[in-house]
Design a protein. Structure first.
Ligand SMILES: *Cc1c(COP(=O)(O)O)cnc(C)c1O
Length: 420
């Protein structure tokens, strides 16, 4: 079920005086309630923790809320490590799952005491030179043809991530020889996956590998990280992932494979981003122009720079019109932004109530991979991010960009003396 936009039309119009459109707004109460639901569903798992994938919503105010709800941070770049530190998330509450990693970033992550999750067998040497060998190392497993992929992340054997099955065994051997004492095993094979069996299968695959690693190498894995990728209902007809069912089925495999082989306790962690914040954010925008040519176009004051998913992946994002929720969806629109790119569309041939200039449009499920994927192409500025607090107050947790921000890397003074 899709979450309802939490403000009324009157409340939203009042907000516009202080915060002009477009902006993303997130709902703290719903984010907290969902975080507790996740924690409760998996509470039987030894050491359960969700490391929030920072890339989904890299805002330290949100991260601080999530930390209070027991989450860690899954980081993959220097900026994300800094955000985690600013939000008070440190040490082994940071999972550093990066790829094509610069040496400096390994050094910073190591200094923060983060868990280093290596993407390649060659990174053991690379890490040793960059930062030294830590006490604990995790490896990212790419099952290749042994696991089916899905639309966003693609097939594992075509994905750039992780170590092959053979390399995984070799990697633990090398790591142990270099003095590593504690080991983790990670995989991330799905994105926006709604099927419960898929997530259960991922856990089972890692449990089986943990058993094999113990049998072949004598190495005991301390934790498995099942990755993220839990889907959310973007479409009003989608259902939510049944976390209790996933949990129950994973427990069955855990009891059989891990407890049954005397390998308990094995810690189980995850790194979901999308399902943590995605459903609880909305992009609010207004209709700027309505244009009738071969199709009818509703031009918004938001663009693909505020929400790239529809243009980039053809993703569905539900759209409602404030104050017109009860009217019939009997008009067909392409809902667009101002970019000079024809994929700058939030929806194609979408049935909506009849639109007028000035209508307030709400685009749903923008709490993950929304503002985060913003960009400045075509001179577009990134929007503000607002937070609806539990007491009903709305606060800005990021201001909108200005032209000064956009031009900050240019020195116009130098232009004076520059001979063209
Ligand atoms: C993107 C990503 C995640 C989070 O994925 P979601 O679909 O947002 O849950 C977790 N781990 C890694 C390594 C990622 O790249």
């Amino acid at each position: 079920m899709l979450r309802q936009y939490p403000l009324t039309k009157a409340q939203t119009i009042a907000l516009l005086e202080k915060y002009p459109t477009p902006f993303h707004i997130y709902d703290e109460k719903l984010i907290r309630a969902n975080a507790r639901r996740l924690k409760k569903a998996f509470e039987w798992m030894p050491g359960f923790k969700n490391y929030f994938a920072v890339k989904a919503l890299p805002n330290p105010f949100i991260m601080k809320i999530l930390k209070e709800e027991g989450m860690g941070a899954d980081c993959s770049s220097l900026a994300e490590l800094v955000l985690a530190e600013k939000a008070g998330i440190t040490g082994e509450n940071i999972m550093f799952t990066s790829n094509d990693t610069p040496a400096e970033e390994f050094a910073v992550a190591h200094k923060l005491g983060a868990i280093l999750n290596l993407d390649d067998i060659s990174h053991i040497d690379f890490l040793e030179k960059a930062a030294g060998i830590p006490e604990m190392i995790s490896f990212r497993y790419n099952p290749g043809p042994l696991k089916q992929g899905n639309v966003i992340i693609g097939k594992p054997e075509e994905a750039k991530y992780g170590l092959t099955r053979e390399q995984i065994f070799e990697a633990y051997k090398i790591a142990r020889e270099r003095g590593v004492k504690r080991f983790g095993l990670h995989t991330m094979v799905a994105s926006n996956e709604l099927a419960e069996e898929y997530h259960v299968g991922t856990a089972r695959m890692l449990f089986e590998l943990v058993v094999e690693i113990k049998q072949q190498l004598g190495t005991k894995i301390e934790f498995v990280d099942l990755g993220g990728g839990y889907g959310i209902p973007y479409h009003p007809g989608d259902k939510e992932v049944d976390l209790e069912m996933v949990s129950r089925l994973i427990k069955k495999d855990y009891d059989e494979l891990i407890v049954g082989n005397g390998l308990a306790p094995l810690e189980i962690v995850m790194e979901n981003g999308r399902m943590v914040t995605g459903p609880f954010g909305w992009l609010v925008s207004r209709v700027r122009h309505i244009k009738n040519i071969y199709r009818t176009y509703a031009g918004l004051d938001a663009s693909m720079a505020n929400l790239m998913r529809p243009g980039m992946y053809g993703s569905y994002h539900h759209i409602t019109v404030l104050g017109k929720e009860k009217r019939p969806n009997d008009h067909k629109y392409d809902v667009t932004g101002p970019l000079c790119e024809n994929n700058d569309k939030f929806a194609v041939e979408r049935m909506l109530p009849e639109l007028e200039i000035g209508d307030v449009i709400v685009i749903h499920c923008t709490g993950a991979h929304g503002h985060a994927m913003g960009f400045n192409y075509n001179g577009q500025l990134r929007s503000a991010e607002l937070l609806l607090r539990e007491n009903g107050e709305v606060v800005a947790i990021r201001r909108a960009e200005t032209l000064d921000d956009y031009f900050a890397t240019l020195d116009f003074d130098k232009l004076e003396g520059f001979k063209a």
